[in-house]
Ligand binder design. Structure first.
Ligand code: GDP
Length: 420
């Protein structure tokens, strides 16, 4: 199998974990390359749910797993995830790049404080400190994984950083900063000892093996959460589009196949413009049936119809070569399906996703109405066994995006997948 990038084309939670788990068998390595433990992927195998936030979704297929430098690590969460997998009978074969940055206790405090300060314009962060960890990385004030294995280096860094963080949290944000130097040092040195055996240069490993082995590159979040091309500022801190794989892993850029994962409807958590959002009963029905509550946060996700201009934009940004449509089963039995094919904006019809977020906020969707199907499709395993209107919905999507659909997911379980 040729090395492949998998990206979500919406605001995350498209079911990337399910698709990665289902196809990982054909690859040698699964590589997570962005985000932190605010991004949850759920994999369901034989009725057992595995919520993963840092360990790549190939873990349940016994794949070699890599965490590249673009990921920020909360060591406590990572170690708990490894031990959850191992006690369930899935030994974790993992290499983590020493350049990865570590989410520290003050990052969570700063996250919570700054969200409170933003008030109604809050990003909708989970207060896990991921964005602040990336901020410190960019400001060259971060703690890399390598430092956890060198207590004297870590101590020297913390002696400089902690007084500044304490002053910001207490003086600028007016919150209490519970940052005990000795306690933090002891805790993080102990994480360093436990993680030592996983540390290895992922950039060199992938560079050397890319010609002879196959890699599945797993994105966290989704295209519309990209900090530049997403719905800024309601976005995440690290890049999420496919081309960011290369610097995030540390390999030279090249052309690779890109599977774009599209949920059969649209959801998002957090704030920000969402033109096809449903605030009626249909939205509630989709949320309940699709269990649209955050893997990490448990927050209800906002639900809406499929949005073609948004998907076309995401296809273009990522260079998508094939599609995986997920959660088609959730739509079964709805009265009708609406698909947004353009936006009405101050008397004009826009067919392209706007580059200006303020324009998007004023866009009203223009819908094409399609028929739905009454049948439960959760047990369908061949494309030809799907109801006529389900096939019609999929071929409408294919024709609008001009990208072939290769996978259709009709349930959370690994085997609930139609391969075309
Ligand atoms: P990810 O972050 O893109 O991996 O997505 P999440 O794991 O946050 O959310 C997707 C949720 O939908 C998970 O609970 C999956 O188990 C579930 N899921 C994935 N594919 C399907 C599907 O085709 N049908 C249904 N009903 N659930 C699915």
């Amino acid at each position: 199998m040729k090395s492949t990038i998998v990206v979500g084309l919406q605001w995350g939670d498209e079911g990337k974990g399910k698709i990665i788990d289902a196809i990982a068998g054909a690859f040698d390595y699964v590589v997570r390359w962005n985000g932190g433990n605010n991004a949850g992927h759920t994999v369901v195998v034989d009725g057992k749910k595995f919520p993963l936030s840092l360990v790549p979704s190939g873990a349940l297929q016994h794949k070699k797993l890599l965490i590249a430098q673009g990921v920020v690590i909360n060591p406590k969460i990572l170690l708990a995830e490894i031990s959850m997998l191992e006690s369930a009978g899935y030994p974790v074969n993992l290499t983590i790049d020493p350049r990865c940055h570590i989410v520290m206790p003050y990052h969570g405090s700063m996250d919570a404080a700054s969200e409170a300060w933003k008030g109604k314009d809050a990003t909708g962060s989970l207060h896990l400190g991921i964005g602040y960890c990336y901020e410190d990385r960019n400001n060259r004030a971060g703690i890399r994984l390598e430092f956890l294995t060198r207590p004297s280096v870590l101590k020297e860094k913390l002696e400089k950083i902690l007084p500044l963080k304490r002053a910001i949290i207490e003086k600028a944000y007016g919150m209490k900063a519970d940052l005990d130097m000795e306690k933090i040092l002891e805790e993080y040195v102990s994480y360093g000892k436990k993680l030592q055996k996983y540390i290895g240069d992922v950039s060199i490993l992938v560079t050397r093996k890319l010609a002879t082995h196959s890699f599945l590159f797993e994105q966290a979040h989704g295209t519309m959460l990209d900090p530049v091309f997403g719905t800024y500022p309601f976005t995440v801190a690290p890049p999420t589009i496919s081309s960011a794989v290369f610097p995030s892993v540390g390999i030279a850029a090249r052309t690779l196949p890109v599977i774009g994962v599209v949920k059969a409807y649209t959801t998002r958590v957090g704030n920000g413009p969402f033109p096809t959002e449903l605030s009626d009963n249909t939205g509630d029905t989709i949320r309940e049936r699709g269990h649209e509550f955050g893997t990490v946060s448990k927050r209800p996700r906002r639900c809406g119809w499929l949005d073609i201009p948004l998907l076309r934009y995401a296809v273009r940004l990522n260079g998508v070569t094939s599609l995986a449509v997920t959660k088609l089963d959730v739509l079964s039995g709805l009265k009708k399906l609406s698909v947004c094919v353009g936006y009405r904006y101050h008397g004009k019809i826009l067919r392209e996703f706007p580059s200006e977020i303020s324009t998007l906020a004023d866009c009203q969707p223009v819908y094409k109405i399609l028929a739905c199907w009454p049948e439960d499709i959760g047990g369908v395993r061949r494309q030809q066994d799907l109801p006529k209107h389900a096939l019609g919905y999929l071929s409408f999507l294919e024709s609008q995006l001009r990208i072939p659909i290769r996978y259709i997911s009709v349930g959370a379980e690994r085997k609930a997948l139609i391969r075309k």
